[in-house]
Design a protein around this ligand. Sequence first.
Ligand SMILES: [Zn+2]
Length: 450
Amino acid sequence: MNKLFYNCLLITMNEKEEIIPNGAIYIEGKKIAAIGTTSDLLARYPQAEKEDMQGKAVLPGFINLHTHTVLSALRGLADDCNSVKAVFGWMAYINEIVTPEESYHISSNALLELVKAGSTTVMENSANMEAVAQAMKESGLRSYLAAGKIHDYDLTPIRYGQFVQKKEIGESTLKAAMQLFENWHGKEEGRMQCVIYPHANDTCSPKLLRELKRISDHYKALVTVHFAQTTWEVERLRNAYHQTPAEFLIDVGLFNERLSGAHCIFIEEGDIDLMAQYGVTFINNCVINNKRGAIPHTHIALQKGVNVGLGTDNMFGDIIETLRYAISNMRIDIPDFKIPTPYQALKMATINGAKALNRSQELGSLEEGKLADLIMVDYMQPHLLPADKDNIVENLVYNGLGSDVFCNMVEGRIIYRKDQGTLWQEEEVMTTAQQTAEKIWQRLVPLVEN
Ligand SMILES: [Zn+2]
């Protein structure tokens, strides 16, 4: 794309925290070529194709660090239960029975939601990742494919407190992960990336994790893991290894700046210190955590200088609403009505996400030379007015909705505009997802209830 958007309000998220009223942004190819005031850029690029964006705020696209799109098939089923029942009951079973074709259709619908609500980058893991990767490719999203859900403990007996190690599960999940790397890592001109994904600290043996450390070094790949997600995990590590989750991962060599830990609900303060020391990212999945009755101590992570990012996890995809949860979580937990500021919350979904991907030089803020991953929000609506540069971030964070997103752009390519739609036939995607879910439920519900 070569186009100049003008008369917009720019929330740059740069280091100076600049907000530019009556701003303009010039996109050239995949990158942001220029950013400034409307009068400045109209004078500099008189020949450029232009569009008046009056009433729109432009900001970096949301970097959503943790999703499981196929689990959106559990909407209305796995909402009202604790983490153990949800993870090792509903989710373990659906992951076993869902077919690649079903994963593709359910994921496509959930990705549609994520695109329309402003995520430009998504780190995703679901069952049948090859099929999900295809859906992600079609979505146009910047995609981080968490490869394999690698584990060598059988997941379903864990629900009954039984940890049964099976070498063959480790081998098959690792093989699937490596196949995904082979097929997708660096594809679509680098828009598709693979991430090493050990499922959780209590479902992988130290031997398997050491092997993953070797592979992540080989690919220089990011690693993501469910971290301090359940009391079971923390107790299991204490009983089996006399270690905290952070100590466990330090021991196997995975605890470094390439690692992000999802959830961090039952984390001890000493482990938060270790996250800061080793440069590990804390992924706050506050909406699902709250649904399970838990609040992670995210404010301590922020105070200690840990990089905190956001994820929507499963059954939900609106990052703007997640920002509100992130704030209310911390204020209930402390309580302090100034921590975090809406701006700090917005950083979690933008520049902090870029840091988690080790790509803050290219992503996460609107700056000349960075990749054109951005969204436009239509603030000419009753629930977002009055709006000016001094209250736009507060308005957006406290009152905005995912459906206020007007445009979603990844690497200069528009993957959604309210007046043009997405890259999909949306009706078909939604209808097929509904029909697919109904078929899954027929097989799933009896399994979980037995
Ligand atoms: Zn998860």
